[in-house]
Design a protein around this ligand. Sequence first.
Ligand code: PGA
Length: 252
Amino acid sequence: MEKRQLIVAGNWKMHKNYEEGRDLAKDIVERLQPTQVTVVLATPFIHLNSINNIIKDISNLKLGAQNCHQEESGAYTGEVSAGMLQSVGVRYVIIGHSERREYFEESDELLAKKVDAVLAKGMRPIFCCGEKLDVREAGKHLQLVEDQMKKALFHLKPEQFKEVVIAYEPVWAIGTGKTASPEQAQEMHAHIRSLIAKKYKDEIASLTTILYGGSVKPDNAKEIFAKPDVDGGLIGGASLKAEDFVAIVNSF
Ligand code: PGA
């Protein structure tokens, strides 16, 4: 049987100036050993072209962006389209990170359009979902993630959905040092996979890569990645230090 792709994606957020970004990418390239894991560097826009030149000959190292606009082009001052990203070598685009949902008021309806825009240019969305603490405490986290998936993704045809990577990121675990326990991650990942199986086919569900994100560090990655439905991670803080990021890549 075909195996699920393992992915570790670094989300640099709004960190690193031009030179610092180049240095970090070079440091990661130097430390990375041959691996079965696909490694994605999701950098701020200003780095994309230069980092593409650093990583483009390394087959399992891919360029990522953190957002894009839903329209193809037009009078949208300050925005960047999926086609522009594709033209500088981007292969993966993070869509619906909780910080975009929270600070830029991105709704699942808007995210559905962004997912479409990314897929239309032959790139792969890394779609983020996850609950805030009050939702988990009310026991409604499974339902909330189900709603996010249905609204933003389940309009896709099966052949489109195959290109989607899911990242489960409990909002209370992002940048807080509080990770979900491996059991909490597994519960949600299994839930997400069962939703996909119900909507699409078992085969698509079993091949969908589902990442965990939220305070993943070198010292906790192994136990989280060991869970059967966890296929890698979306890494924030620890992706800014090459040594830590590569240690996480090596945690399978
Ligand atoms: P963190 O961020 O690893 O710093 O918690 C994860 C993310 O926001 O994707």
